[in-house]
Design a protein around this ligand. Sequence first.
Ligand code: PHE
Length: 523
Amino acid sequence: MKATFSSSGHSGGMNQMHKYQMSAMQKSEKGYFLAVFLTKRYAFFMFMLNFDAKLRFLLYFCKCFYRKGNMAQTERGNFASKMGVILATAGSAVGLGNVWRFPYMTGENGGAVFIFIYFVCVLLLGIPCMISEFIIGRHAQANTARAFSKMAGGTPWAVIGYMGVLTGFLITGYYAVVSGWCVHYVWSSLLGHLSGEPEYFKSFFADFTAHPFKPLFWLVVIMLMTYLIVENGVRNGIERASKILMPLLFVLLLIIVVVSCMLPGADAGINFLLKPDWNAINSDVFLSALGQSFYSMSIAMGCICTYASYFSRQTNLANSAIQIGIIDSMVAVLAGLMIFPAAFSVGVSPDSGPSLIFITLPNVFQQAFASVPMVGYIISLMFYSLLTLAALTSLMSLVEVSTAFCQEEMHISRKKATFLVVAAASIIGMFCSLSLSGYDGLQVLGRSLFDIFDFVTGQIFLPVVGFLTCIFIGWFVPHHIVRDEFTNFGTLRGTYFHFYVFLVKYVCPLCILFIFLHQFGLI
Ligand code: PHE
């Protein structure tokens, strides 16, 4: 297979790299100022001569302003610092999946053994896949769809990029529904509504989700928050927000972990989570760990690729992916240490998914701090604020995928693109939300629209896009491009480059194929 690649001839050397850095934007900006200068001079003389020139003068000016506007629209943002890169991308990875799925899976699947297997999966599958998306995004410096198209050079591989954008967009809608629930719970805990008998928490959640409008209101609130951040651009919006929200998330997490682990009887929870149970290990455990590592690192939804298109040429892709993998896994383990000790100390057996965070945990917090209700109130408020932060930073990355796509493909301003995406995703989210309120019209094959979106994106699109991305990078993209991006054009040693290529060529596609077939019961 032969492909033509968008940016040609940048093989090695710092000089080459600097040339590359002189973006098309800078060049066109120079041209623009020259044009304005000449236009003004020319127009001034003509203006003195006749009326026709006056008209032309106006036309020239309008054109120049139009061009200036257009340039502003197509200008690509970038992350200002290494810290910004890590925090924003980790913000995408750290999400609801870390809190509501990982701890439960760990407890059910052999505790410390599962954590060990999970780490191996992150190392052998999550990190290489993340590096692959980094390579595509940073090389093409474009939204995910265009990035794949550029690198595919007119071949059908371009479809992967479009699928990535579509997956990201579809997930945005239903992810926003649950994110809205988190904000509602922040509000409810603030007002002190989260207290009562265990049954109360069940009906509180059931009544809320069955209500036709309340969830929609909170969905709009979280989407508005996302809009206000993303519309400000990569540096002033996403990066700045991540630098505030992520440290806040870590602080909240650590406080709750410490408080939870100090409760009487907390060690039973710590034991449940961390005690290795070798008997629990079977093929299912491996496949669950693989799937979770994939989802948790936000792979195959365009988020990582889009963010990477804002990385500088100096960003060390492999190191960044490793650091993000470590942060994401640490948050997941800490989430376990936040939930299980508290749950075990009051003798409540934890479950997973929405019912864990919206029914079981408010009850756990209330019971655990029954003697000092004020602490229970503060912990509950902190917990839902933490969840909201985790959801918000992930939502930002999801919205950014489609925003970059609309902005660059439809040539509209960032504000307009963000508005369009947020509005469209909110509408999808509203239908998903209504489908949970029991509207029969929104049930397909006995499943709610919410479940269908979850299934189609998580179980079909995600593995398919991930698998094709690995094959694309491993077998199709010329080796020298992959190496140049991995080693920053030869300026890094790239010690693990061959290992990475081996993983992405053979190990990752095979593992993803296994998960895919296994979830449909085919193996
Ligand atoms: N990684 C997120 C989580 O753990 C989920 C997510 C996937 C978010 C893709 C954004 C994009 O919850």
